[in-house]
Design a protein around this ligand. Structure first.
Ligand code: PAF
Length: 293
């Protein structure tokens, strides 16, 4: 059995209309393909929350700020379709081409301010405009009840939530926990670009983030804790730490102490491959005590 692949907006709309006529709830899982277990966990969650699901596969040129990065992005549609076949006929793969998503004359962009600034937004100018534009189109095309996104792209999830709220999109946005390899490395379509040796070294990123999160929760000072984490990441073989920051989970405001639910977020370069990750940081014990007392 193989998954049905729909390539046109009209085709996916007809499919969703037929599902709606049967009274089905619909989930959408936007992806750029190169599907891994993280994506498949989103599909499972989507099908737990809805009767039918659309997985979208579109390598969105508007969210890449380097032609080389866009060219190097893995494209594995046949393999992706095989992985989705196990979900049966309750699921379709929407895989439009560039002209279907951005026909000649396309002139509209969606910009989300605030949460898209800093972090990945600083190192990848225009990236979140591209993400907000394509995700708003995908949500409007799918007309789904619920859309699922991974927390590995934590800033992206906040951008999508803000956009969906501000544009009154009727789709519920659900964030799902990061899926990790046994050694802690977050699953990412970019991991296939790591050499075997770099792949092993890359687990230092989540290790350093987790160690720093535990220290911050115990009340350690931010600057010293971040400096130690950065040293550990570089010592493991990363070429550069692009950012390493403590932000509030809600709204992503920079924090000097974890006085509310927070995230420690990082982007670091292993050779030519840019990896991002984040871990939750609970309010520091002293801060929680102050708040309670
Ligand atoms: O996270 C991704 O794979 C992409 O940014 C998304 C959400 C599919 C938009 O192209």
């Amino acid at each position: 059995m193989s998954v049905e692949i729909v390539r046109t907006v009209a085709g996916i709309r007809a499919r969703v209309a037929a599902w709606r006529a049967e009274g089905a709830r619909v989930a959408v899982i936007p992806t750029m393909g190169a599907l891994h277990d993280g994506h498949l966990s989103l599909v499972r969650e989507g099908l737990a929350r809805a009767d039918r699901a659309i997985v979208t596969l579109f390598v969105n040129p508007r969210q890449f700020n380097s032609a080389a990065d866009l060219a190097a992005y893995p494209r594995t549609e046949e393999d992706d379709a095989r992985k989705l076949a196990v979900f049966g006929d309750g699921l379709v793969l929407f895989a439009p081409d560039g002209d279907e998503m951005y026909p000649p004359g396309f002139a509209t962009g969606v910009t989300v301010s605030g949460v898209s600034e800093g972090l990945c937004g600083a190192g990848r100018p225009g990236h979140f405009d591209g993400v907000a534009t394509v995700v708003s189109k995908l949500l409007l095309i799918a007309g789904a009840d619920v859309a699922l996104f991974g927390e590995k792209d934590f800033q992206q999830l906040q951008v999508v939530r803000r956009m969906a709220t501000d544009l009154n999109l009727p789709t519920e946005i659900v964030g799902c926990p990061t899926v990790r390899e046994e050694d802690g490395l977050a699953l990412s379509s970019r991991n296939v670009r790591l050499s075997a040796e770099d792949r092993l070294r890359s687990a230092a990123l989540p290790r350093a983030l987790l160690a720093a999160a535990r220290r911050l929760e115990a009340g350690a000072p931010l600057a010293e804790t971040l400096a130690e984490a950065e040293d550990a990441i570089l010592a493991a073989g990363f070429a550069r730490v692009e950012y390493l920051e403590l932000r509030a989970e809600a709204g992503l405001a920079p924090l000097a102490v974890p006085d509310r639910p927070a995230r420690l977020l990082a982007a670091a370069w292993m050779g030519e491959v840019r990896l991002i990750d984040n871990v939750p940081v609970a309010p520091a014990r002293a801060q929680a005590g102050l708040a309670a007392g």
